[in-house]
Design a binder for this molecule. Structure first.
Ligand code: CP
Ligand code: NVA
Length: 300
C-alpha cells in the first residue's frame, strides 16, 4: 500500500493511524527493532520538518533511514524515475519522496516494489494533513463539527490535502482567497462529498464562525518566479490580529511552516497564545511513525 494522496485513506484508516500515533508516543516502544527496516527519503526539494521528523520517526521505531538528495543522485544526470525506483526499492523497505511534480511521484510509485509515501508534491502534502487533523483532534478533543478556514493560497498542496482529510473526519472547510484565484476544483468536489466546503474572497465572511484559521506560504517551492505577483495577489489575506477578530473568539491558528513572518502571517499571531503551529510541527513525527508502521504492516 502507498500513501500518495489524502484520497488513499478512508476515515477508518485515518482513525487507525491516529490510534497508532497515540500508542507510539512512548519512545521506549520500538516495534520495528527486530526486522530493522530501512526508509529511503528521496527529496528533490528542501525540507526541515518532514525530513528530520521522518528520520527520527524511523530511528525511534527501531529502523534506519537514508537521506537521498535527488540533486546528488544519478537522477540529476538523467537516470529515469522508473529505473531509480526499481533499484532503490531493491535496497530499502519503504520510500518517502518529496517531488516537484505529483505525476513524477506516481511514476516512481508505479515502479517501486515497496510502499511509497508522498512527502509533498506540487499537488498534495498528505502526511502534513494527517498531523494537522491529528493536532486539531488533540486540541479540541474532536474534529467533527469544527469549521476550519484555509486562508491565502487556497490552491496550495497543503490546502488540497487538508480539505480531504479534514472533511473526511467531519470538519467543514472555508477557503478564503482572492477573487478569480481558484482552489483545485477536483479537490473541492471530492471534499464536498464528505462535508461542507465554502469559498469566499472576503476575509471577514470567510473567517466568520471558524474554530481554526490555517495558512501557508504565498509562494510554494517551485513558484519562486511568481513571487512578486503572488505577494501582491495574496496581500489582503494575511493572518494578522485584525483578521483573527473575524473568526470565533479564541480560534486556533495553524501553519504548516516554514512561516514567512510579515507575509502570510504576523509574528504576534504565530507566536500568540492561540497558535498551535508548534504543536502541529511536533506531532508530525508521531503521526509519521504511525504512517510508516501502518504501511509496512499493510503489506504483510
Ligand atoms: N511543513 C513541512 O513540510 O515543512 P518542511 O518543508 O520543513 O518539511
Ligand atoms: N505549500 C508549501 C508547503 C511547504 C511545507 C510548499 O509547497 O512550499
Amino acid at each position: 500500500m502507498n500513501l500518495l494522496s489524502s484520497n488513499d485513506l478512508s476515515a477508518t484508516q485515518i482513525e487507525k493511524i491516529f490510534g497508532l500515533a497515540d500508542s507510539l508516543k512512548d519512545r521506549s516502544k520500538k516495534p520495528l527493532s527486530k526486522s530493522s527496516p530501512i526508509l529511503a527519503l528521496l527529496f528533490e526539494k528542501s525540507s526541515t520538518r518532514t525530513r528530520i521528523s521522518f528520520e527520527s520517526a524511523m530511528l525511534q521505531l527501531g529502523g534506519h533511514s537514508l537521506y537521498i538528495d535527488a540533486k546528488t543522485s544519478q537522477m540529476s544526470r538523467g537516470e529515469s524515475l522508473a529505473d531509480t525506483a526499481r533499484v532503490l526499492s531493491s535496497y530499502v523497505d519503504i520510500i518517502s519522496a518529496r517531488m516537484y511534480k505529483d505525476s513524477d511521484l506516481r511514476e516512481l510509485a508505479g515502479y517501486s516494489s515497496v510502499p511509497v509515501i508522498n512527502a509533498l508534491t506540487d499537488l498534495e502534502h498528505p502526511c502534513q494533513a494527517l498531523s494537522d487533523v491529528y493536532t486539531i483532534r488533540k486540541v479540541f478533543g474532536k474534529v467533527k463539527g469544527l469549521k476550519i478556514a484555509f486562508v491565502g493560497d487556497i490552491a496550495a498542496n497543503t490546502a488540497n490535502s487538508l480539505m480531504i482529510t479534514a472533511t473526511k473526519m467531519g470538519a467543514q472547510i472555508s477557503l478564503v482567497g482572492p477573487r478569480g484565484y481558484h482552489a483545485n476544483f477536483e479537490y473541492i468536489l471530492q471534499a464536498s462529498k464528505y462535508e461542507t466546503v465554502v469559498t469566499s474572497d472576503d476575509i471577514q465572511d470567510g473567517l466568520s464562525g471558524c474554530d481554526v484559521v490555517y495558512t501557508d506560504t504565498f509562494i510554494s517551492m517551485g513558484q519562486e518566479s511568481e513571487a512578486e505577483k503572488r505577494r501582491k495577489l495574496f496581500a489582503k489575506y494575511q493572518v494578522n490580529a485584525e483578521a483573527m477578530k473575524f473568526a470565533k473568539k479564541g480560534a486556533k491558528v495553524m501553519h504548516c511552516l516554514p512561516a514567512h513572518r510579515g507575509e502570510e502571517i504576523t509574528s504576534d499571531v504565530l507566536d500568540g497564545k492561540n497558535s498551535i503551529a508548534w504543536e502541529q510541527a511536533k506531532n508530525k513525527m508521531v503521526v509519521e511513525k504511525a504512517i510508516i508502521l501502518y504501511l509496512l504492516n499493510a503489506g504483510r
